[in-house]
Design a protein around this ligand. Structure first.
Ligand code: FAD
Ligand code: NAD
Length: 481
């Protein structure tokens, strides 16, 4: 992990410090007051010229709308047609025109950061900027030199930023009465919500951006320098909001993240839970699942966000799981940041995916299943081979069978090691013959991924059998501690 030293807040060269003071207002024409503007926005008039349609706006498209009669401005990733607003703008038309056809976030934040523009300009919303998950004021470099100075920017800082070619991220920030926005420039492609973790506890704000093989941390504190050792796992306290039965010994725990936390656990990764048991701090890993198996894969699912769902088997003599089982609704438990080495790219280009799970080794497969069926466009077959002791131990059996009926690409095979005599399905433990029967390429040269998870001997034997059957290291992912 790359530990970034504690940073003063605001940073010495921050835009926040350099922000210009108050701006003069221009007299507005009669009939152009704020109240008049609100009336106009409520009149039902089409203020964007798009008849209520929202569009994705490219930088090129934005740049075309740079005239008074056709003026679009981007603020924090959202594009507004501000032409109808021109005459109502207390700062005057010229002020607005400085950001015409560009990203005006910086300009806006220096002059109006307290203004609730989202609500004021709601009816002028044209759409979102395309491929820009975080609205970044870095586009300021496209403004002319004159504009930079007018906006209170420090040209040296920008010149430095523009020439910095290394890949070390940098950050900037700005603040309104109710919002702190930290913009982190990672220079990394494919940023998404799963790569960003943010927590706020007391006065400390902590942001972690997950890069390829390390993290970039920003810890800021409004009043005091940050002293805490930032190495190691970071925990936040989550509230147990529900506990539902999955099988006779397995429960689905729903843990609510603090309101100030943003955390999406990436597929294939686990978190650690921490409890003090008999005066000792105990930590165990668990793999977040979805609250249920989605049956409609037209759109990526977004169940996570406020809560983390864990499917946990309670062992009758298990130290940690017994303590977990005794937690009451409303109790708190510490949950770490995600860990693990599975990479989404391993599955993204796979045509045939095989998931070999034993018992709660099913947990990492839940999100993989969802992801493969909803987002892997080249996927032809997805097979879950699920090993359990008895029928009663099978997790989400109905949901899996329903999914297999619904989606032709998906197939599930249950294999029991201690079945009752009524069991008509497959029985046994993992073996070379079982694997050669169920793990087969759909085409001679199809791209295969085989994921395996369960008790350590199960995983180790499975990997060996697969290698013996000719599958390469790259085609196998074993989930281990
Ligand atoms: P312990 O006190 O360690 O063991 C007490 C007794 O319980 C043992 O003597 C044995 O009888 C029984 N027992 C404990 N563990 C096992 C076992 N693995 N196999 C068979 N019998 C056992 N578990 C989940 O339920 N859900 C998950 O999502 C999950 N994710 C995991 C992710 C990772 C990366 C790893 C390494 C493990 C994961 N586990 C998961 C297992 C979990 O971390 C604990 O090992 C498990 O909950 C048992 O903890 P315990 O303290 O209650 O049992
Ligand atoms: P279990 O005892 O109910 O066994 C389930 C099946 O696993 C059995 O029916 C059998 O087919 C197979 N199996 C069990 N022991 C075996 C052995 N010695 N050799 C070959 N096959 C064997 O399983 P459980 O209690 O649900 O345990 C699940 C395991 O999965 C735990 O050890 C847990 O730590 C592990 N797990 C790991 C991860 C991870 O990411 N690494 C995630 C979740 C669970």
């Amino acid at each position: 992990m790359l530990n970034v030293p504690p940073q003063a807040f605001p940073g010495p060269s921050s835009q926040q410090r350099a922000a210009a003071g108050g701006r003069g207002k221009v007299p507005l024409k009669p009939g152009r007051s704020l109240m008049d503007w609100i009336r106009l926005t409520k009149s039902g008039k089409d203020l964007t010229g798009l008849k209520g349609r929202l569009m994705e706006v490219t930088e090129d498209e934005l740049a075309k709308h740079n005239k008074k009669e056709d003026c679009w401005i981007c603020i924090r990733g959202f594009v507004y047609n501000v032409t109808p607003y021109m005459e109502y703008h207390p700062g005057g038309e010229d002020e607005l025109m400085k950001a015409a056809g560009t990203d005006g976030t910086d300009l806006f934040d220096q002059v109006h950061r307290w203004v609730n523009y989202e609500s004021m300009l709601k009816e002028c919303l044209v759409g979102r900027m395309s491929a820009k998950p975080i609205a970044a004021p870095k586009e300021i470099s496209t403004l002319s030199e004159e504009k930079k100075q007018l906006n209170g920017m420090v040209p040296e800082k920008k010149a430095q930023a523009a020439s910095a070619k290394d890949l070390i991220p940098s950050y900037d920030w700005f603040q309104t009465d109710s919002l702190i926005t930290i913009v982190i420039y990672t220079k990394q492609k494919g940023m998404n919500a799963e790569l960003v973790i943010a927590d706020c506890q007391d006065k400390r704000l902590r942001g972690e951006i997950i890069m390829d093989d390390h993290s970039y941390l920003v810890e800021v504190d409004l009043d005091h320098p940050v002293q805490e050792d930032m190495a190691g796992l970071f925990y936040r306290k989550c509230k147990l909001v529900s506990k539902t039965e999955v099988t006779h010994d397995t429960k689905l725990f729903c843990l609510m993240l603090p309101k100030s936390t943003h955390l999406h656990v990436p597929k294939g990764r686990h978190v650690y839970l921490k409890q003090i048991i008999a005066g000792t701090e105990i930590v165990k890993p668990y793999t977040p699942v979805l609250p249920f198996l989605p049956l409609n894969f037209k759109e990526p699912s977004h169940h996570e966000g406020a809560c983390i769902y864990l499917m946990i088997k309670i062992y009758s003599c298990g130290l940690f799981t017994q303590a977990l089982d005794h937690l009451q609704i409303g109790d708190y438990i510490s949950v770490s940041n995600p860990e693990g080495n599975f990479k989404k790219t391993q599955i993204q280009t796979s045509e045939d995916v095989f998931l070999l799970a034993a018992g709660t080794g099913f947990t990492p497969m839940v999100k993989l299943l969802d992801f493969a069926l909803s987002e892997v466009s080249c996927l032809r077959t997805l097979k879950l081979i699920f090993f359990n002791k008895t029928e009663d131990d099978i997790l989400w059996r109905n949901q899996l069978e329903e999914l297999a009926l619904k989606d032709k690409r998906f197939e599930v095979q249950f294999i029991l090691s201690q079945p009752t005599k009524d069991w008509l399905g497959k029985q046994g433990k993992i073996s070379s013959s079982l694997l050669s029967e169920f793990v087969k390429r759909s085409k001679k040269d199809s791209k295969v991924l085989i994921c395996i998870c369960g008790p350590t001997p199960f995983t180790e034997q499975g990997v060996q059998y697969l290698k013996d059957l000719g599958y390469s290291q790259e085609e196998i992912h074993a989930f281990t501690a």
